[in-house]
Write a protein that binds this ligand. Structure first.
Ligand code: ATP
Ligand code: MG
Length: 386
């Protein structure tokens, strides 16, 4: 991509020194990216006051879209909630999909991934399923939400409420922010706007007093756990302090189960952080030895069973992949998405293509070379540490 840009102007727009922005370029913290004729710069890492995933559109306005901030986690509900929050706490369900920011820039809508890429798959789906006129009326806003469902390329999990005619996919807004300042609307203002514009959104499960929040949230978590749902995000009604997350035992179990299918591609911290969450939860929920053993059995199975299955499959000559079914409106859309995956270095194999009515149903297999290669090598006698 050949673009020349006015570093001075970009630095000003981002509130950075020209020296800093040059340094960010040199250190490859900033990357160029192009979708159709739209050119952007994106921050691959956090830099000064800018979040990872912050984007600047290379148009006349140099429109900025700030990255979605990290959400901190409570390991114990008490005293963390009481200490962190100011007064009331809005309890929202945490949906397990992928984070998307939808913006309206130069008369067009774009869906940005957490990393700041314009995702062609998601951009098309949100345009198709949502009336986005809220952004035409408020182009300074970004709609932040979770794309959930079985038929998505990043976090394929079935959600009942996301079922459409021919695919399990839906976008739920959990935050509306000013895209240049990253300031959130108060929770109730966001809810009202979503209702007025008939936009699908995450609804509060409860509003609780911070003094008794740990008791209420624990009850809610136990219910969500039974329903195999991910957890909660807790918010100050005015968004004056940052939200906190807390997840169910089921999620820890499910994450490990997925992670251990491709265990040599999984970071060690992925395992460790989930095990630690379980330790604190078991302590805080004052479990009996029996309950604790039940938890240990679940976690043990989540680790061992998928791992052995992978070893077995590789031993039988298979190359294991994570298979995901995606639905495209046209061949052109599919090829465009393949090109995107190539650019962001997600390795896939096409396993099946079917034409259903006038749609394209594609089974892609995500390739995990490290797991496959290492398992095969060890099975053939390679020594650990060699
Ligand atoms: P990080 O901890 O950096 O935010 P992560 O990828 O580890 O990132 P998660 O553990 O999934 O993220 O938790 C934060 C994410 O949860 C948010 O970025 C958002 O995409 C998602 N999320 C789902 N439901 C909600 C909700 N109701 N409110 C806020 N965020 C939500
Ligand atoms: Mg998530």
């Amino acid at each position: 991509m050949v673009v020349s840009y006015d570093l001075d102007k970009i630095a000003k727009k981002l509130n950075l020194d020209i020296k800093d922005i040059s340094r960010a370029f040199k250190k490859r913290i900033i990357r160029e990216y192009e979708y159709k004729d739209t050119k952007i710069l994106l921050f691959k890492k956090e830099f000064k006051h800018l979040e990872k995933g912050t984007v600047i559109f290379l148009n006349d306005n140099l429109d900025v879209v700030r990255g979605y901030p990290k959400t901190y986690r409570a390991l114990v509900l008490y005293p963390t909630l009481k200490k962190h929050f100011l007064d009331k706490i809005v309890v929202e369900e945490k949906l397990n999909g992928y984070n998307i920011r939808v913006v309206y820039i130069n008369n067009d809508f774009y869906a940005l991934t957490r990393g700041g890429y314009i995702c062609p798959f998601t951009t098309k789906k949100v345009k198709k399923y949502l009336d986005l006129s809220i952004l035409e009326d408020n182009p300074n806003y970004m709609l932040c939400g979770e794309m959930i469902g079985l038929n998505n390329p990043y976090t394929p999990k079935y959600y009942e409420e996301a079922q459409k005619e021919d695919e399990n996919l839906g976008f739920y807004i959990f935050d509306i922010r000013e895209r240049e300042t990253n300031k959130s609307l108060p929770v109730f203002e966001r809810l009202k706007l979503c209702e007025n514009y008939r936009l699908p959104h995450v609804k509060p499960l409860a509003i609780v007093d911070k003094e008794e929040a740990h008791i209420k949230v624990r009850e809610i978590i136990k219910e969500l756990d039974k329903k195999k749902r991910e957890g909660v995000v807790l918010k100050d009604p005015n968004m004056d302090v940052v939200p906190l997350k807390y997840t169910t035992h089921y999620t820890q179990y499910d994450d490990l189960r997925e992670g251990f299918k491709f265990f040599f591609d999984m970071g060690l911290d992925f395992l460790f952080s989930r095990v630690v969450r379980e330790g604190f939860m078991s302590y805080e929920f004052k479990e009996s030895l029996e309950e604790r053993k039940e938890r240990a059995k679940d976690i043990g199975e989540a680790i061992i069973l998928p791992m052995v299955e992978t070893i077995e499959r590789v031993a039988n000559g298979e190359r294991v992949t994570e298979d995901i079914e995606l639905i495209f409106d046209s061949e052109e859309d599919f090829y465009e998405y393949l090109e995107f995956l190539r650019k962001v270095k997600i390795l896939i194999k096409i396993k099946k293509i079917e034409r259903v009515k006038n749609k394209l149903k594609v089974l892609i297999g995500k390739v995990y070379n490290r797991t496959n290669d290492k398992v095969l090598a060890y099975l053939n006698g390679t020594l650990w540490g060699e």
